[in-house]
Ligand binder design. Structure first.
Ligand code: SF4
Length: 360
């Protein structure tokens, strides 16, 4: 079956400076030949450091900005060839949730007005039924219908993000781009929003592109992960496979930086060397070569291609690299003392097996 979204060789270079005659003299290579696909009802995590181009990719696939080169197919149709009418229908089928719920909601509109606007714009629900639809949407995202008369400033950050999600759902989309949707929220609220997104995906069959710099968050929600560095995808794999055995040195460094809740756990820190180079003047050959501990001369001159089915990696030396250090997932790694404590609150047999005397 055709993937919901297929992206091939996508490029976007922004003009950074011009001569006095207006001729471009420097470009920021924000996105430079990116390819991936998103299946229906699945989540693709797009991860990398700030400035790697992941947010530009998310805007390109929604045609909020136009690419310089490449192909984008939505349900098998050429998105870049859509006429005005087709693009208008596409705006219903693909939505975006932004990082900052404070900035993405109009402070002068009530929640009811915010949610009614897309219904009216796309003529989805006749006026008499809109109030009921707004109440349905609020319930869908875990908010009470009585909140419809309130303004955004009357809500917490997590509630505001729920309203933003409800607004995206109002037009019954097939794809939602989530651009760092939990980064601005308290840690305690993040998991609630992530669980809500997963629940909505199960119920409505939504596909997500989940853009984040936080691998621990992506691990929680993505089915597949693409790691970006300086406008390129350097590794792409199923989430389990990538976290269990990352192949690219950049992915290994990012994963080793995830905090582990166990001070005694063995954790290999493959720290990144130096600063991330500028996308204005990216390094020749492999763009990671200025920070890579395994660099050889070939890396400085020849750009590696993203090779491999399923688990693809862009590295000349992927078959020669040592196995990754032990990398623990963010939700594993109890210390022996904590394991005993946890066992003490379990069944007596389990506690005995862990060596805990429950009589005390
Ligand atoms: Fe490192 Fe060379 Fe592989 Fe790039 S191609 S990640 S510089 S070993």
């Amino acid at each position: 079956m055709t993937a919901l979204l297929e992206v091939e060789g996508l490029k976007k270079h922004f003009v950074a400076s011009r001569s006095v005659f207006g001729t471009p003299t420097a470009h920021v290579r924000a996105v430079d030949g990116v390819s991936f696909s998103v299946e229906r009802g699945k989540t693709l995590g797009l991860v990398g450091e700030s400035g790697c181009g992941k947010s530009t990719v998310s805007r390109l696939v929604l045609r909020l900005i136009e690419p310089d080169a490449g192909n984008i197919r939505f349900e098998g149709r050429d998105l870049l060839a859509f006429d005005t009418g087709q693009l208008r229908r596409f705006r219903r089928e693909a939505q975006i949730i932004f990082q900052d719920p404070y900035a993405s909601l109009n402070p002068r509109m009530t929640v009811s007005q915010i949610l009614t606007e897309p219904l009216a714009l796309h003529d989805l629900v006749p006026p008499p039924g809109r109030r009921e639809r707004v109440e349905q949407l609020l319930r869908l995202v875990g908010l009470e219908p009585r909140f419809a008369r309130r303004y955004p400033h009357e809500f917490s950050g997590g509630q505001r993000q729920r309203i933003a999600i409800a607004r995206a759902l109002a037009v019954e989309p097939k794809l939602i781009v989530c651009d760092e949707p939990v980064s601005a929220l308290d840690v305690s609220i993040r998991s609630q929003i992530l669980n809500l997104l997963r629940d909505l995906q199960d119920r409505l069959g939504l596909a997500y592109i989940f853009v984040s710099h936080d691998l621990a968050v992506v691990k929680h929600i993505a089915d597949r992960v693409a790691v970006m560095n300086l406008g390129e995808i350097v590794e792409s794999a199923e989430t389990e496979a990538l976290f269990a055995a990352p192949r690219h040195p950049y992915s290994r460094a990012l994963l080793s930086a995830i905090p582990v809740p166990n001070p005694r756990a063995r954790h290999g820190h493959a720290l990144l060397q130096g600063e991330m180079p500028s996308a204005l003047n990216p390094p020749s050959g492999c763009r990671f070569h200025t920070r890579c501990p395994y660099v050889v001369e070939r890396c400085r001159v020849e750009r590696p291609q993203l090779n491999g089915d399923g688990h693809a990696t862009a590295c000349h030396r992927v078959d020669e690299l040592p196995p990754p250090d032990l990398i623990l997932s963010a939700d594993s790694g109890f210390s022996p003392a904590l394991e005993k404590l946890v066992a003490a609150f379990k069944a007596p047999e389990a506690a005995a097996a862990a060596g805990v005397d429950q009589a005390g």
